[in-house]
Every structure is written in C-alpha cells, then in structure tokens.
Design a protein around this ligand. Structure first.
Ligand code: ADP
Ligand code: MG
Length: 701
C-alpha cells in the first residue's frame, strides 16, 4: 500500500504547500491526490517533430528547433533589461528572448553548443523569435527518457501568473506517481479488462500523463473514457432497476371497452408502425405492477396525441382517471379540442382546466374529479393547485418535459396511494447519446416515422435583399388559399430593438399586403392574453392570411392550412428553435415551405445551422448537429450537468464507447445485481465510492 490514499489533501504532496493547495482548489477544483491524478491533459504537443528555421510560417505555433546560440546580448529597456540570443541552425537565424531571470539565464547559457529549443514562435517583420523558450542541451536531450507527447494541462491566468505553469503541474504529477510507486487500484473487473482488451488502471494513468507512444496514449484514453461512461451507466441502470423493483404502480391488467371501442370504431386512421410499437412498449409497462416512467420522443407531427389518448383509455378501462398537463393554455386547449373531437361519439367525460376557467366551472370540475365521474382532465399548471383532487389518478401525461419541475409534477398525485404511471412527451428530439446519458434511468420510446402522405417541407435560405421575390411567393401561395406565418426573433437583452424589428416588419407587410384584400394577425408577448387569443383564433379560423408573430407561436400550434413559414433574422435562432418553428407548417396535405431570411453577415456557426435546416427535416439529425455546435450542457440545461460534466469522455464524439459502456453495465448488473461476485469487487468498491460523493439527478419522479 502506498502511504497516502486518494482522499489525502494535495497539500501533503511534495512541492505543494498550503497556499498552492488553496490556489489549485480554487482554480481547478483539485483538493486531493485523487483529484490530481484524475486531472487530465486537454492536449499533447508532439515533440517528435523538428523544424528548420527557414520552414517556419507566421502561423506555426509551438515549435522545436535544433541549433546553436551564436551571440548573446543584453538590451536595456525602460525598466530593467532583456536578454536576446541569436540562434542559428544552418538554414536561418532567429531570436530567443528573456525578460525575467536575465542574469541567471545569461550565466548558464552556452554559446556554440547544440541545443534543442522549444516554445511558441512569433514573427515580426518575417523574423521569428521565441520568448522564454524551453532549452535543453542536445547531449542531455538524448540521455533523458521522455514522453514524446508532451501533456498540456488546462490552466487559468491566475495560475500562470502565480507561477503554477504546465511544467509545475507535470512535476506534481511526477511526485504523485513516485508516492504511489506507479501502482493504482484497479477499478474494472478482470473480465471487462480481458473482454475489451483494456490496459490496467495504473498503465492508463501513466500513459495519459506521460505517454510512452501515441498508441499507448490512445489505449489509455479509451480505457479511461470507457470507465467514466461505464460508471455513469452503472448508476443510471441500477437506479432504474431499483425503481422498477421498489416503486409499485397500479397494474393496468386489462384492455377493455374504452380502448377497444375507440380503437375499433373511432380511430380516424391506421396507426403507423412506430405508433404501434410505442403503444406495445407502453402496454407492457403499465400492465406490470411497477410504475411506468417513460419518455416518449417524436418529432412535431409524428402523432403523439393519439398514443397519449390510447394510453389514457387503458387507464380508464382499469377504473382510473387520466390527466394531460401542457405548458401553455394554447396547447392545453388544443389537446382538449383534439381529444374531445376524437371521443365525440363515446361517453367519456373530459374537461379543460386552465387559469382562465371561471370559478363556478372550476368548482364543478373539482367536484366531478373527486367523485370520479370526470375521467380525463386536461390543463396547465392549474392542475397542480391544491384544490384539484383526483379520485384515483392512474396515468399522467406530461407534454414538453423540460418545462415542469419534478416537484411540480409530483404534486399532481399527492393524493394518490401509489404514483400514477407517467408518460412524458417531448417534440424536441434528443440525440441518442444524450438521451442515454441524461435519461438513462428512464425507459424511452421513439416515434421515428411520420404519418403517411406527408410531403417533406421544402426549406430555403434567402437574403434580405431577395425580399421582393419572397413577397411574390407569399402572394402566390395566399392566392392558392394558403396561410403564412412570419416570425421574428425576440431575445430579451435587445427587447426594444426586437419590437422595433417586429413592428417595422409588420408595417412593411401591411403595406405590401393591403386591406381589405389581405387580413393580417399579429401576436407577441406584450399583448394581453385575450387579445393574443383573439388574433390566434382569427388565423386558426382562416379569417386572416398572414400571422406576424414572435416566437410565442413556437410550441404546438396546429393550423393545417398554414403552409408557409417565413423566419426573419433566422441567423439569430438556435437550431432546435428553427426546427420547432418549421414544424408549425407541413401539417396539412399541401406542399409546405420554410424560408429562412438572413442578412449577408453570417458567422460560420450560423451558416452551419442554416445549411443543416436546408439539408434535412429529420429532427434527430438536426439535434445531432445542435449537440455538436452547442455541447451537451447547453442543450440539456445546467441541472443535468452532474451527468454531463465529463472529465475525459465526450458524448458527441465517443458514442460507440458510450453504447459499449451501457451494454457492459447492463450485463454486469443483470448477472450480478448487487455486485457481489469476487470479480466485481473492484466495481463494487468504485461504485460505492461514487455513490457517496454524487447522486445522479433524476428528471421525472
Ligand atoms: P404531435 O406528435 O406533434 O403531437 P399530433 O399528435 O398532433 O402530432 O399529430 C399530428 C397530425 O397527424 C394530427 O392531425 C393527427 O391527427 C395526424 N395523425 C397522427 N397519427 C396519424 C396516423 N397514423 N395516420 C394519419 N394521420 C395521423
Ligand atoms: Mg402535440
């Protein structure tokens, strides 16, 4: 056993006193030996490559040159002096410059002896120089055992200013390896090491910090990335297993008259194969006596509503009530209208409960809910008020997951004996890798197929200078009886400007599309809810041909006759927002169009977003690009950062390793759920250690 363990404070390490320890903690979060060994380089400098001075280009950064100092001089400056050495290699001349420690360096530099010089080259008037280069005599360079790939650790300005350079971190790492005599506890089972062909933990640590070769560095990275992903998956899958065995739910054992009558007599279309598959997954879940905790992903228009309704009908068949909770009044109303009309011929009591329902009606709803006579309640946050008491809520459908917090949701079933089954629906496709990492403790269903007969939305990018032809196109479509959305960005910081843009845009459209031939609706966030509703309704009823709006229409609005979506200043929208907006059209039988209007000034990221939109209408493909552009933390929000704050793996790049890690974690737990086998002892120890320090954040209940 080494004399120290991974919880030992870093201040006990050779060369690290209390003040340096404090700095490391503040700047890098390094407190212990364990933190330090798990502090990985973010890149490596290839020290195998040597340059000739005449090959240097103004953009070459870190370089290594072999040559001799031909001359040294001290140059007086305003304050103190600098040391300038002329360095030659037979192909040219460059300068080495020092501003600090001039005296000491001058005494130690040797003239006309071969050196290996390393550092950041900058050019001035085609002459190159390196400030404070690393110097090594060629004779020493040949003698020293070194790693060819030199690690570069993440750093901060304060650390550099206080002298904690990359070199210093490397030395600390070296002391740490000396303390441990290079032996670190193994954290994977021997069967995983063997099956995956991984190197040992000690070897991996050594080669991530002091790579002996590119090949060993790659092996070290693979093993450490796998391990990081494996333990996240192990936690998530274990949590899911515990949930399934501990959290009981109401078993929906039978399919009865509600489901069958609707399915056989009133289903307005054949379900797509994807809808059928998802329904099967849900049925299997609710029939067991564990609580369902399922995420239903499906792009806009993929037909989630009918799946939600059929799921609720299974609940009704088993004597339970059902609820749908939506993030906005408009959406809740739309669900209510859709479901009411689907159930028109059946005897099922459905109600809508939102903030604007009058007190008298509200009381009626409360009473019918408690008596159990009201079967399906659809609404907004109003559903989680204390007065709302279900007699027996068996299934809760939550639309648009990220808008409701966990506590909010559980309020829905505070009066329940057991939690209801929960189905969370989201129209924002989440890349598979992200879903696995963040929702790895949930069951996930995906509707990855659109109902038949949909025409792909044609998407084009146009510059503001093409506006006249865009107006012409709008007129042609309106003449065919279609309706058009024109959407403006609204971003808080520049709210005033945004409103001005919106109003200017509205005016120019009003001029181009004059009354009485054309009618225009306008909707934005500063309007009173009833005015907004009035304008929306005029558009929904087809009384207006153009809807000028800010992103308030982003979520869920369904106007099948609207077939053109024009997005103004499209370069200012994020990809998922653009995709959501585009999903407002293409809901009817007509060919639909999305036109992305921008100025000529575009960042390269904006260009990628626009190109992606033009290239594909597949929400999962869009989400993948979004993930690469913005990174996982920005997509899922900060709450999940516990799961996404990875030290070495990168879920946008390591998707194969992630799948492998998940499958391996699953196999391990399936064979040995409480990690009792001798071979799993290292896993058990590591897992317990992690459990003590962190808890994987749960999203649903
Ligand atoms: P979303 O997944 O966006 O909530 P909806 O459930 O609102 O999608 O469905 C979009 C439209 O597609 C609705 O008009 C719905 O009636 C229709 N639809 C859903 N499933 C099918 C299907 N299997 N065949 C034909 N039309 C369908
Ligand atoms: Mg929907």
């Amino acid at each position: 056993m080494p004399p120290y363990n991974s919880n030992t404070s870093i201040s006990y390490l050779k060369g690290v006193g209390p003040s340096r320890a404090d700095l490391l903690k503040k700047e890098l979060g390094i407190r212990t030996f364990g933190d330090l060994i798990n502090f990985f380089p973010n890149r490596y400098i290839d020290r195998t490559q040597f340059y000739k001075i005449n090959e240097l280009q103004p953009n070459t950064s870190e370089i290594q040159v072999v040559g001799k100092i031909s001359n040294i001089k001290t140059v007086k400056q305003k304050r103190g002096s600098r040391l300038v050495a002329t360095f030659v290699d037979g192909t040219g001349t460059m300068e080495l410059v020092w501003f600090r420690g001039v005296k000491w360096i001058k005494e130690n530099l040797k003239v006309n002896v071969p050196y290996v010089v390393f550092g950041k080259a900058t050019s001035f008037n085609r002459a190159f120089n390196i400030a404070h280069p690393e110097m090594e005599l060629v004779s020493e360079y040949k003698r020293n055992l070194r790693s060819v790939m030199q690690p570069v650790y993440p750093s901060t300005e304060l650390l550099t200013n206080k002298g904690v350079t990359n070199r210093v971190i490397q030395k600390m790492m070296q002391s740490l390896f000396e303390e441990y005599k290079g032996k670190f506890q193994e954290t994977l089972s021997s069967s995983i090491l063997k099956d995956e062909g991984f190197i040992s933990k000690s070897e991996a640590y050594f080669n991530i910090h002091f790579p002996k070769s590119q090949e060993l560095l790659t092996k070290a990275e693979q093993r450490l990335k796998f391990e990081e992903l494996f333990y996240i998956q192990l936690q998530l899958i274990r949590k899911k297993m515990i949930h399934k065995s501990k959290i009981k739910g109401y078993p929906f054992e039978q399919i009865g008259k509600y489901f069958n009558t609707f399915y056989n007599d009133y289903l307005p279309f054949d379900l797509t194969n994807a809808q059928k598959r998802v329904l099967k997954e849900i049925r299997a879940d609710v029939a067991s006596n564990a609580q369902m905790n399922r995420l239903l992903q499906g792009d806009v228009g993929s037909g989630k509503t009918i799946v939600a309704l059929l799921t609720m009908l299974i609940g009704l068949d088993n004597g339970y009530q059902a609820a749908i909770m939506a993030p906005t009044e408009i959406l809740a109303t739309q669900h209510y209208n859709a479901i009411n009309s689907l159930l028109e011929e059946m005897d099922v009591h459905v109600e809508l409960l939102t903030g604007s329902v009058k007190a008298k009606k509200r009381r009626e709803i409360h009473a019918a809910l408690e008596s159990g006579e009201l079967k399906i309640l659809i609404g907004t946050h109003a559903l989680i008020e204390d007065k709302v008491k279900f007699q027996n809520l068996g299934i809760a459908i939550i639309d648009e997951q990220h808008r409701f917090g966990v506590e909010q949701r559980s309020k829905l079933w505070q009066k329940n004996e057991l939690p209801p089954h929960v189905l969370v629906m989201t129209a924002t496709p989440i890349p598979r890798t992200l879903a696995m990492s963040v929702y790895g403790d949930l069951d996930i269903s995906v509707i990855d197929e659109l109902p038949p007969g949909r025409k792909e939305i044609a998407t084009a990018h146009r510059f503001d200078s093409n506006r006249l032809s865009v107006f012409k196109f709008m007129k042609d479509e309106i003449a065919k009886g279609r309706q058009v959305y024109v959407v403006y960005p609204l971003i808080q910081e520049s709210e005033k400007m945004d409103y001005k843009d919106l109003m200017d845009g509205y005016e120019s459209i009003a001029r181009e599309f004059p009354l009485p031939k054309f009618q225009i609706s306008i909707v934005h966030g500063k309007m009173k809810p009833e005015d907004k509703e009035y304008e929306m309704q005029r558009f929904i009823k087809g009384e207006t041909q153009i809807m000028v709006a800010t992103t308030v229409i982003e979520v869920g609005v369904n106007v099948p006759n609207a077939s053109v979506m024009i997005i103004e200043s499209a370069e200012r929208f994020g990809l998922s927002q653009l995709h959501q907006l585009r999903g407002r059209v293409g809901r009817g039988a007509e060919q639909s169009y999305c036109i992305l209007m921008t100025s000529h000034k575009l960042s390269s990221e904006a260009k990628t977003r626009l190109e992606t939109m033009v290239k594909t209408t597949d929400g999962f493909e869009v989400a993948d690009v979004d993930l690469k552009l913005r990174g996982p933390g920005n997509i899922m929000g900060k709450q999940q950062s516990g799961v996404l704050n990875l030290k070495i793996a990168d879920i946008t790049k390591d998707s194969l390793l992630l799948s492998k890690a998940r499958a391996t974690a699953f196999n391990v737990l399936q064979v040995d759920p409480s990690l009792e086998l001798a071979d799993n002892l290292p896993i058990r120890k590591t897992y317990v250690g992690i459990q003590k320090n962190t808890a994987v954040w749960s999203n649903i209940s």
